[in-house]
Design a protein around this ligand. Structure first.
Ligand code: FES
Length: 112
């Protein structure tokens, strides 16, 4: 069991969400009723679920090739992860990168 301290899009407030290695961070956030954009439904196709890892990067699961490819395609910063692909083994502090609505990230020629 891990505790994610999460700041939702546009919110200065931090809330705590219980996470585990079975559920993705996205699933943990949604189960807890926390807002986060996820246009493709968690398939690593859109990049809209990006979170910035403020503390505890080593507490998250390793980045898969699929996640790395999508992060690269959307021009993500080095401290960003896909909430739909990352899992938390230990406590971490994260914040959503994109607002809940608006245009999605531009992609750079990566499909599927
Ligand atoms: S929800 Fe689309 S990449 Fe995570």
């Amino acid at each position: 069991m891990a505790v994610l301290r999460y700041r939702a899009p546009g919110s200065p407030l931090e809330t705590e969400v219980t996470a585990n290695l079975v559920d993705s961070i996205l699933t943990s956030l949604l189960k807890a009723g926390r807002p986060i954009r996820h246009d493709c439904g968690g398939k690593a196709l859109c990049g809209t679920c990006r979170v910035r890892v403020l503390e505890g990067a080593a507490a998250l699961s390793p980045i898969s090739d699929r996640e790395r490819s999508r992060l690269s395609a959307v021009g993500a910063a080095p401290d960003e992860r896909l909430a739909c692909q990352a899992h938390a083994a230990r406590d971490a502090k994260i914040e959503a990168v994109l607002p809940l609505e608006g245009p999605g990230p531009e992609t750079k020629g990566v499909t599927g």
